[in-house]
Design a protein around this ligand. Structure first.
Ligand code: G16
Length: 543
């Protein structure tokens, strides 16, 4: 087996976004594209010599081929060992768990998360550092710089290895250890939650539907919910990961998880419903006839986390991304613990978790997690909910209502305008940015603007600064609209408009969120000129 040094030239579009590099699968499959990016990762982290990394993916189209190629590149770059999930599979949270458990130097996750998969859809690669979390901006920028200068990559000239056989093999001088993708993760969950209490909950006739959306969480949910916790067969649906996610969009939200939504709002609704995304880090939670927004879920989990053994000593602090509602802040306030507001992107939570400042983290984009790993974790959130339900024995809707009665309700919704012209989107944001100083005092749809700024973040641990992280428009009375461009799309631009209004009066907690937020949405549209500039009168998605 010889090491090939292959000449290449840079691709101009390999700057990682909110979460790694995501492109159309055909872009990744063109000669040298994947290789350039992977070699740049290795170069940016100071080479792979004698290092151990983890490798896995969400099983989407091109996962296996990419895994073989990355293994051969790791071997040619001098890695000592790669721990790889059987079949090239690992959910994002499981990859984080394995990186931490075996104290490896980092890991590569092949996923485009909630984006659809298939030859005409999306693929992605992200690099996680030794703490198990997404590479911080300094590292992703260093990777990008390497992609701009790359002239060659290294590849072992060797046959493919058998990714389905558990155990250790060799690829040149490198050891390859194929592991069960579920076992380490399940062991971690066992240590955090009261499995006996959850088992008793299911034994009492509690019913649940978990929609794995034909994505990576299927095997994890089957093993833990149906296997270990005794949930009835049929609890987990769409449980077999498919390369194209069954033609669906593996994004657990009210639109893409329509089937689950319909069931949960029907007469046949089980007690609890949940779904997770392509790579298993997102979650959606529902009760009978009720949808729990991710922002509310974070707040309820924070207020009740002490009911689970892993969190019985209380929380050090809570962190949320800036566009996430302030519902969790009210819990932090009451608990007298720290509360942190970060830019969008799980990578910004890493330092807070490492420094012990935050225990729970969450984002409006259906991500919730804790210090047990350094990624958001869909099934973990579901298990924490189950542990809380097992102790409180109340319907989800009642838990939510009593939470709002105690803390007030943050009405919240995100409106997405997808696939809009990238130049028009950039101009919209630039023009709005240029007018921020003159916005206070403006009245739109009966709402007076009292503040307008562009969110910037200074990491309290390492002092790093991130600018231009979303435009915030505050209205009199505390309502707000936030606007930013998504960093995870692969076609055109996606404008995200986040709307929020606080309602302290329990007598007014039963409004339809879209109605409760209608004036704020109209004001945001007028102030930014969304309809006028994009030609869209309606968002494509409202979560
Ligand atoms: C990723 C990031 C999240 C982020 C989300 C949406 O999630 O890990 O932190 O909130 O994208 O980002 P954007 O608004 O820029 O599209 P995932 O699940 O796609 O990895």
């Amino acid at each position: 087996m010889s090491i090939l040094t292959v000449k290449t030239t840079p691709f101009a579009d390999q700057r990682p976004g909110t979460s790694g590099l995501r492109k159309k699968t055909t872009v990744f499959m063109q000669p040298n594209y994947l290789e350039n990016f992977v070699q740049s990762v290795f170069d940016a982290i100071g080479g792979l010599s004698a290092k151990t990394i983890v490798l896995g993916g969400d099983g989407r189209y091109f996962n296996r081929e990419a895994a073989q190629k990355i293994l051969k590149m790791a071997a040619a770059n001098g890695a000592a060992k790669v721990i790889v999930g059987q079949g090239g599979l690992l959910s994002t949270p499981a990859a984080s768990c394995v990186i931490r458990k075996y104290r490896t130097d980092g890991g590569i996750v092949m996923s485009a998360s909630h984006n659809p998969g298939g030859p005409k859809e999306d693929f992605g690669v992200k690099y996680n550092i030794a703490n198990g979390g997404p590479a911080p901006e300094a590292v992703t920028e260093a990777i990008f710089e390497c992609t701009r200068a790359i002239s060659e990559y290294r590849l072992l000239d060797a046959p493919d290895i058998d990714l389905d056989a558990l155990g250790e093999t060799r690829l040149g001088d490198m050891s390859v250890v194929v592991i069960d993708p579920v076992a380490d993760y399940e062991e971690l969950m066992h240590g955090l939650f009261d499995f006996d209490a959850i088992r008793a909950l299911f034994a009492s006739g509690f019913t649940m539907r978990f929609d794995a959306m034909h994505a990576i969480t299927g095997p994890y949910a089957q093993s833990i919910l149906t296997g270990t916790l005794g949930a009835p067969e049929g609890t987990v649906v769409n449980a077999v990961p498919l390369p194209d996610f069954g033609g669906g969009h593996p994004d657990p939200n009210p639109v893409w998880a329509r089937e689950l939504m319909d069931l949960m709002f029907s007469d046949a609704a089980p007690d609890f419903g949940a779904a997770s995304d392509g790579d298993g880090d997102r979650n959606m939670v529902l009760g009978r006839h009720v949808y729990v927004t991710p922002s509310d879920s974070l707040a309820v989990l924070a207020a009740n986390a002490h009911l689970a053994p892993g969190y019985e000593d209380g929380l050090a602090g809570i962190a949320r991304s800036m566009p996430t509602s302030a519902a969790a802040d009210r819990v932090a306030d009451k608990l007298g613990i720290g509360c942190y507001e970060t830019p969008t992107g799980w990578k910004f939570f890493g330092n807070l978790l490492d420094a012990g400042k935050a225990t729970l983290c969450g984002e409006e984009s259906a991500g919730t997690g804790s210090n047990h790993i350094r990624e958001k974790d869909g099934l973990w959130a579901v298990l924490l909910w189950l542990n809380i339900l097992a102790v409180r024995r109340e319907p989800v809707a009642d838990i939510l209502k009593s939470h709002w009665a105690e803390y007030g309700r943050n009405y919240y919704s995100r409106h997405d305008y997808e696939g809009i012209d990238a130049a028009a989107a950039a101009t919209l944001m630039d023009d709005l940015r240029a007018r921020l100083g003159s916005l206070p005092g403006t009245v739109s749809h009966g709402l007076t603007v009292v503040s307008a700024d562009d969110f910037a973040y200074t990491d309290p641990v390492d002092g790093s600064r991130s600018e231009k992280q979303g435009i915030r428009i505050g209205f009199e009375g505390g309502a707000r609209a936030v606007m930013r461009l998504s960093g995870t799309g692969t076609e055109g631009a996606t404008l995200r408009v986040y709307l929020e209004r606080f309602e302290p009066d329990p007598a007014k907690h039963d409004l339809d969120p879209q109605e409760a937020l209608a004036a704020i949405a109209a004001a945001a549209d007028e102030i930014a000129g969304i309809t006028a500039r994009t030609g869209r009168s309606e968002p494509d998605l409202m979560t």
